[in-house]
Design a protein around this ligand. Structure first.
Ligand code: NDP
Length: 346
């Protein structure tokens, strides 16, 4: 805590830091709220005030110390997040006060960020918040992962889990637009109805239903050509026997495992997995979306804005008001309590 916090100067920030590393699911003790005064921006930097903070499943990985594709957040540091923010002070020639930018601003109300890592919110007639969802990182993940790995074709069947979230919903709708059959897996009847009635999926299956595997098989009478892996666990187990020859499995996320610090329990199913990979000539390919940025980002921005604009791709946001509600909202994200792209309105 430093001076001036009571006066809320433009450089004041309320921030949520990692108080301790969670073991298993995060709890209230994982997070701590602090007030601080930010430094003046140096050359090349921006002072930004956040409008929206994006909450995404990958943040659970940053809370743990284990080896991953990105470094863990140090205990005591602000939790990382992309934000839609207003430029308050600019010392970078590309940005001016009042402009809206996407920045890596973290779980807080304001930040000083390098201008080189910020980008202007595109003027495409859509709400600025979409720059964190369907027209941002999650939408891009769907677009690039399908183009590079899924490569779904007309007449094929694609199954996607966490289908009501920003990645899964976009994957399913792009598959439909390509002429494929889209089958969504989601938690609960409300999300399943949404997939069919609002997004036009061909079928939706509730992964919490007792006879989930049988229902999924019934929804895929011609087998599965692309399984878009977002969750792992029992959804993967149910899909594997349905995979067709030359099937593709983009491994995008394993959200059912993110809280499993002690390792997943149960029998070793690896030999069965490898047998299926061999017998059906499957391609399993993990990816992190940043790998495809240089090749696909510009085309994604153009094409997705057009697809959203003409209603081919619909999106849903789950907006929670107030930074103080971010910890509970994030805990809920890993339990499926969100419905749509989870955002904190600051
Ligand atoms: P979502 O908004 O879809 O949120 C996660 C969803 O996962 C929950 O709403 C819940 O939906 C589902 N879920 C949680 N626990 C389980 C479980 N035990 N079994 C089945 N489903 C579960 O998130 P996103 O769309 O932002 O992300 C989807 C996936 O994509 C995540 O795995 C994420 O890590 C990954 N990702 C990967 C990227 C990459 O570069 N590789 C980039 C961006 C995201 P429901 O209620 O339907 O079960």
């Amino acid at each position: 805590m430093t001076e001036n916090t009571t006066h809320r100067t433009p450089r004041h920030t309320t921030r949520i830091v990692l108080a301790e590393r969670p073991y298993g699911a995060p709890t209230a003790a994982t997070f701590r709220t602090e007030d601080a005064e930010l430094p003046a921006p140096a050359d090349g930097e921006l002072l930004v005030g956040h409008r929206y903070v994006s909450l995404d499943p990958y943040m659970r990985g940053r809370m743990s110390a284990g080896k991953s594709y990105a470094a863990p957040t140090p205990v005591g540091d602000v939790l990382p997040a992309e934000t839609v923010s207003e430029v308050l002070e600019s010392r970078h020639p590309d940005f001016a006060p009042g402009q809206l930018v996407v920045a890596y601003g973290g779980w807080q109300s304001a930040a000083v960020v390098p201008g080189a890592h910020a980008r202007a919110v595109p003027e495409n007639g859509l709400p600025a918040s979409t720059a964190l969802g369907v027209l941002g990182m999650p939408g891009f993940t769907a677009y690039a992962g399908l183009a590079e790995i899924g490569r779904v074709r007309a007449g094929e069947t694609l199954v996607v889990a966490a289908a009501a979230g920003p990645v899964g919903a976009t994957v399913g709708q792009l598959a439909r637009a390509a002429g494929a059959r889209a089958v969504g897996v989601a938690g609960g009847p409300e999300k399943c109805a949404y997939l069919i009635d609002e997004l036009g999926f061909d079928a939706a299956v509730d992964h919490r239903s007792r006879d989930f595997a049988a229902r999924l098989a019934a929804a895929c009478p011609d087998g599965v050509d692309v399984y878009w892996e977002n969750v792992g666990g029992r959804v993967l187990e149910a899909v594997l026997p349905l995979m067709n020859l030359y099937g593709r499995l983009p491994v995008c996320g394993l959200v059912s495992q993110y809280n499993a610090d002690g390792g997943a329990e149960g029998p070793d199913r690896l030999p069965g997995l490898m047998r299926t990979v061999l017998n059906r000539s499957l391609t399993i390919r993990g990816f992190i979306q940043t790998e495809f940025r240089a090749r696909h980002w510009d085309a994604f921005q153009r094409e997705m804005a057009a697809l959203v604009g003409d209603g081919t791709v619909k999106f849903r946001e789950d907006v929670v008001d107030g930074l103080g509600n971010a910890p509970q909202a994030f805990i809920g994200l890993l339990e499926g309590r969100n419905h749509g792209k989870l955002l904190i309105r600051v």
